[in-house]
Design a protein around this ligand. Structure first.
Ligand code: MG
Length: 385
């Protein structure tokens, strides 16, 4: 079943005291939107992700999603319902079997929750995340309690909401022009489709005001457990026209030899990031035997490791890279390398160090037979899940 995640980020209202729309504010140093985007990208059942944005926000969107491989964004409408419909219409070419619709204001949709939602679609055309009401409900009139409302059977509806694509698209087309349907489940209900409730966890919180953002920040920071990861890699040098280091192309008469683009620095960095969360090594995630990675840009490997970190609410605090070679000289490219890494990892440049050393002419690096790179990263773990 091909599944695409559609993330709604077309709202313009709440600004929480910033010129940025809420979905682009930073949570743990990362734009709010990027949190959920990365979680869906990292989920094995989800093929691709598309974000519905406001046209005016295009540059904020580009900055928030740098380094990620997404379907191109589409522009939403004036209401949430219209934005969802336009997003669904835009997927007609992809024709997914299932679609997950999610609000960018919820940064922490859990992978297990997504699994349960998609499993439900085997039996019903719609399934939504929700939480049974725990508080007693009162109806108010002039500041006084007018009545106590029975809460039995009442749930708070959340996102993600999962649907069979054809069913939700048809329901949205039928409901176009109405403006009283506040979520996509209501659109399917209006068309007579069955919707299953799937219990979400407390972590699936929604950021609507500054208090929520502070709460989400505390969730993200978690207990503050620190981890360190290290990575080391070597690639052979051969005749060529230049080589990649830290994602930057350095022209010259030598190249690095390898299955991918052989960016030895990004390979060491990927291993360090995976090591910090005990997630194996680059060979496990990107086997050299897999033809998909032939000539692949190594930033894909780093982006994958970054997504894995974020699914564990692990924040990359800093990284320190050492490149070991006689040639090329790294110093003239250092600033470009730091900028490329900052872009790729969406963290400030001040948390990134790129250093170079020679081996005084000794060993393979000294003889110019290859380049080695060593990376150390520190990571702060958030709370589970
Ligand atoms: Mg390598």
């Amino acid at each position: 079943m091909a599944t695409i995640a559609l993330i709604l980020a077309a709202g313009s209202g709440v600004r929480l005291g910033s010129p940025l729309a809420k979905q682009y504010l930073r949570l743990g140093g990362i734009p709010l939107l990027r949190h959920s985007v990365e979680r869906f990208l990292a989920h094995p059942a989800i093929e691709s992700v598309r974000v519905v944005i406001r046209g005016d926000d295009r540059s904020d969107y580009d900055a928030a999603t740098t380094g990620l491989t997404l379907l191109s964004p589409v522009t939403g409408g004036t209401t949430r319902q219209e934005s969802a419909r336009l997003g669904l219409e835009s997927l007609a070419g992809e024709a997914p079997t299932c679609v997950l619709i999610h609000d960018a204001a919820r940064p922490f949709p859990g992978a297990a929750l997504v699994d349960r939602l998609l499993a439900a679609l085997v039996h019903v055309p719609g399934a939504i995340a929700g939480v049974p009401l725990r508080d007693t409900l009162k109806r108010e009139c002039d500041g006084m309690v007018a009545a106590t409302v029975p809460r039995e059977g009442l749930w708070r509806a959340q996102t993600p909401q999962a649907f069979r694509y054809a069913a939700i698209l048809a329901a949205h087309r039928q409901a176009a022009g109405r403006d009283d349907l506040t979520d996509d489940a209501a659109v399917l209900e209006a068309a007579g489709g069955a919707v299953q409730l799937v219990a979400a966890d407390d972590a699936n919180l929604k950021v609507t005001d500054a208090g929520d953002l502070a709460l989400a920040e505390r969730w993200w920071r978690g207990g503050g457990e620190m981890r360190v990861g290290s990575g080391f890699d070597v690639h052979r040098l051969g005749p060529g026209t230049g080589l990649h280091l830290c994602g930057v192309w350095l022209p010259g008469d030598r190249t690095l030899i390898g299955h991918s683009d052989a960016d030895v620095a990004l390979h060491a960095l990927t291993d360090a990031m995976l090591g910090a969360i005990g997630a194996g090594d680059i060979g496990v995630h990107f086997p050299p035997s897999d033809p998909r990675w032939r000539g692949a840009p190594s930033r894909l490997f780093v982006a994958h490791a970054a997504a894995l970190l974020r699914t564990q609410r692990a924040e990359l605090v800093n990284l320190d890279l050492t490149i070991i070679c006689e040639r090329p000289k790294v110093a003239p490219h250092r600033a470009a390398m730091v900028a490329a890494l900052a872009d790729l990892l969406a963290i400030p440049r001040g948390r990134i160090s790129v250093k170079a050393t020679t081996t005084e002419g000794l060993g393979f690096a000294g003889r110019g037979e290859g380049i080695a790179a060593q990376a150390v990263v520190s990571v702060r773990l958030g709370d589970a899940p």
